[in-house]
Design a binder for this molecule. Structure first.
Ligand SMILES: NC(=O)c1ccc[n+]([C@@H]2O[C@H](COP(=O)([O-])OP(=O)(O)OC[C@H]3O[C@@H](n4cnc5c(N)ncnc54)[C@H](OP(=O)(O)O)[C@@H]3O)[C@@H](O)[C@H]2O)c1
Length: 312
């Protein structure tokens, strides 16, 4: 292997692994987390990063609506919340791949006792084989992109995002930083054309674009929105969807505590963000790869999502 190739491969490994996290952590101030009085909504809360974030937000005083598609897993999460002495967790069963279920969730949250202060779009999946939902949509598109859109827009329209400094976090990925947005690749239902990894990268790229839009939209309320990358974290997503990647890097993967650090830091510090598409990683805004900022503008993406949401 040439030195250039070694460096190209070693760069991401050093940065996204626990090595990068521990090296950067040496220069960080300790985080004082106080989310008391806040109502958080976390999707994909029952395991992995969502579970770690939910339990940490509870420990920092938040009340959390934990969204998952499996009641038994949510009950286990409730047990874990009780065991750490923070029972203020509301389990919300919702298959985010189904528009009808997400719309039901919006109604429940909007009709609930408290507006949403922090909305975390964490539920995510990478499917190598095309799976259609009962509503006829490709499941990863519906989960990774349409659900965050429906949930955020639905809550905002219902006036259920708090009037004071609401926050939206999108658990995106470095996979979304390498390619320009391509509307034609967001929702492919033809098995011959479907490429799971490419679709996942496009969904994450679109999340980065949406975070920019929500940031502007929430500015009037003093609100913020950020897209972030958790690093390479040892979770079921990597184990099941990318087993070769997981096996080759398993000694280097971060634990979930490291994976949620930037989300917690963003929620606690609300840093300013330069204009344009950025992804936050290890407490810093990082630009996308050269060329990945090209493609249709945010307005085109929003119009496209609006049409898609209306097509059911
Ligand atoms: N791990 C990494 O290295 C990494 C890197 C970059 C970005 N991310 C992002 O981080 C987020 C969390 O992933 P993770 O690593 O923690 O993986 P994970 O352990 O597989 O967690 C994914 C979560 O999403 C939920 N989910 C998937 N489809 C859903 C649906 N249709 N409806 C409701 N919930 C659904 C899963 O619920 P079930 O338990 O029911 O399956 C699970 O709770 C994802 O958005 C992922 O893309 C992870």
């Amino acid at each position: 292997m040439r030195p250039g190739q070694v460096l190209r491969q070693a760069g991401p490994l050093l940065s996204y692994s626990w090595l990068g996290y521990r090296a950067r952590r040496l220069f960080w101030r300790p985080l004082a987390l106080d989310f008391s009085g806040q109502h958080w909504v976390v999707t994909g809360a029952a395991r992995g990063l969502g579970q770690a974030l939910t339990l940490q937000a509870l420990r920092a005083g938040a009340r959390v609506s934990a969204v998952g598609r499996n009641l038994a897993s949510l009950q286990q999460l409730q047990d874990a919340a009780r065991a750490q002495g923070t029972p203020q967790l509301q389990a919300e069963v919702c298959d985010c791949a189904l528009q009808s279920a997400v719309e039901g969730l919006v109604r429940r949250l909007a009709g609930g006792p408290a507006p949403v202060d922090v909305l975390v779009h964490n539920a995510g999946q990478l499917q190598h084989r095309l799976t259609l939902t009962a509503e006829g949509r490709e499941a990863s598109f519906a989960t990774n992109l349409l659900a965050p859109w429906l949930l955020t827009e639905g809550l905002a329209q219902a006036g259920a995002l708090t009037a004071h400094r609401p926050l939206v976090l999108c658990m995106a990925s470095e996979g979304g930083t390498r390619q320009p947005l391509d509307l034609a690749r967001l929702h492919i239902r033809d098995p011959a054309r479907y490429r799971g990894l490419q679709a996942y990268g496009q969904h994450k790229r679109a999340q980065i674009a949406l975070a920019g839009h929500w940031r502007q939209r929430l500015q009037g309320q003093g609100g913020d929105a950020y897209a972030l990358h958790p690093g390479w974290v040892d979770t079921a997503l990597l184990r099941t969807a990318l087993p070769g990647f997981h096996a080759a890097r398993r000694l280097w993967l971060r634990d979930t505590a490291a994976g949620i650090d930037t989300a917690l830091w963003l929620a606690a510090t609300r840093p300013p963000q330069p204009a344009g598409p950025w992804i936050w990683f290890d407490r810093r805004a990082r630009p996308l790869d050269p060329g990945a900022g090209a493609g249709p503008d945010g307005a085109a993406l929003r119009a496209w999502l609006q049409r898609e949401a209306g097509s059911r």
